[in-house]
Design a protein around this ligand. Structure first.
Ligand SMILES: *Cc1c(COP(=O)(O)O)cnc(C)c1O
Length: 372
């Protein structure tokens, strides 16, 4: 059982997981990349039968918000304390995770190597590539995901020879068990906001699942923090990135890390967590804009005042709207966890000729058409 820490005894209010389990603070170094908590906000523009709230992780981060900040606080701190000089990570060409890693790694004094692969072409993919360059990343765009790991091995060997130490490798989306623990803390943060009366205890939490660190971290954290909300994870990638097997493995590995330092941390089997993985808004493929996502983006803007995008959050909001319209949320409290950045970014300074040649084709080929 987790006993709430009385406010008067709290030393640090910013990382509630560590307040609840102080032994974790000693074992898990953290770089502070944001002012926590992110706000929760009521969204009034819906049918009135459902209490709708938004968790504004889009406003987190010192320069760039969204869900990757919570993971990078732990991952970059681990890289630094283990003596690495660079981090290497993966993503699609327009990966928000890759950009966030490049940006915050540079701030932490680490070089970022981004091994990216082909993605549906959109203006935001092109902007993301240029921003990766602005952030000083060593960007390597491989022609297919079949050769991705081989490209990564080459980069690891190069940097190991140059730096005397291999880069710290961060999996796609930052969803290592350590990175996902950032979202266990996020659930403890939400519990504090509920206890403070900022919102009622939610019945259901909607969010997108790309590599599952966010959703599984939340599910483990909600249970441990004593919130009974169901996590509805809208899959926006295909297995093994999003799958129940991946969720189970991640859940087990996270609990092992947590219990190694905090033996009283609860250990619910994955099957007992309230977790739904839904596939009905994924098709026809990763990053391909859909009419349902675009309609959800417009509704989110008009009814909740938030700016979403079609790859992740537009699809997750479409799933939420579908349940709302079917009456499945009548009388309930629903929380939409906004995982996308809303901090304003300057226009990219880099231009197409700064990119490696293998990534320039996005600028000479048409945008991918919107799908049904
Ligand atoms: C990466 C990302 C997600 C998915 O998070 P995972 O932890 O990989 O499942 C959701 N929304 C946005 C905007 C993202 O960039």
């Amino acid at each position: 059982m987790i006993l709430p820490v009385p406010a008067t005894k709290r030393k640090s209010c910013v990382y509630p997981l560590f307040d609840a389990h102080p032994a974790l603070a000693e074992k898990l170094p953290r770089l502070a990349l944001s002012d926590w908590p992110t706000p929760v906000q009521q969204a009034g523009g819906f049918d009135g039968k459902t209490a709708v709230y938004i968790k504004r992780d889009d406003m987190g981060g010192t320069h760039y918000g969204g869900n990757k900040v919570r993971k990078l606080e732990l991952l970059l701190a681990a890289a630094k304390t283990q003596g690495h000089k660079a981090v290497l990570t993966f993503g699609g060409a327009g990966s928000n995770h890759a950009f966030a890693t490049a940006l915050y790694a540079r701030e932490a004094g680490l070089r970022a190597i981004l091994v990216l692969g082909p993605q549906a072409n959109t203006p935001s993919v092109r902007r993301a590539l240029l921003r990766d360059m602005d952030a000083g990343a060593d960007l390597r765009h491989c022609p297919s995901y079949d050769v991705r790991d081989a490209w990564a091995e080459i980069a690891v060997a190069e940097y190991a020879a140059r730096d005397g130490v291999a880069p710290y490798v961060i999996p796609p989306g930052g969803s290592s068990p350590l990175g996902a623990i950032g979202f266990v803390n996020a659930a403890f943060e939400l519990k504090r906001q509920v206890d403070a009366g900022e919102m009622p205890a939610p019945d259901v939490v909607y969010t997108a699942s790309g590599t599952m660190g966010t959703t599984v971290g939340l599910a483990v954290g909600l249970y441990a923090a004593g919130l009974s909300a169901r996590v509805v994870a809208t899959s926006v990638t295909e297995p093994p990135f999003s799958s129940i097997d991946t969720a189970k493995r991640l859940c087990g590995e996270m609990q092992r890390i947590l219990r190694a330092s905090a033996p009283d941390f609860p250990e619910p089997p994955f099957e007992t967590l309230k977790f739904t993985l839904r596939e009905d808004f994924y098709a026809p493929g990763y990053g391909i804009p859909t009419h349902a996502a675009l309609e959800a983006i417009a509704t989110a803007r008009d009814a909740a005042g938030i700016a979403l995008e079609p790859v992740y959050t537009g699809r997750a909001f479409a799933a939420f709207l579908s349940d709302l319209r079917e009456g499945l949320l009548d009388g309930k409290c629903a929380l939409f966890w906004n995982t996308y950045n809303s901090r304003p970014l300057p226009e990219p300074k880099a231009t197409v000729t700064d990119l490696p040649e293998t990534a320039r084709f996005y600028f000479t080929t048409p945008d991918t058409a919107v799908a049904n």
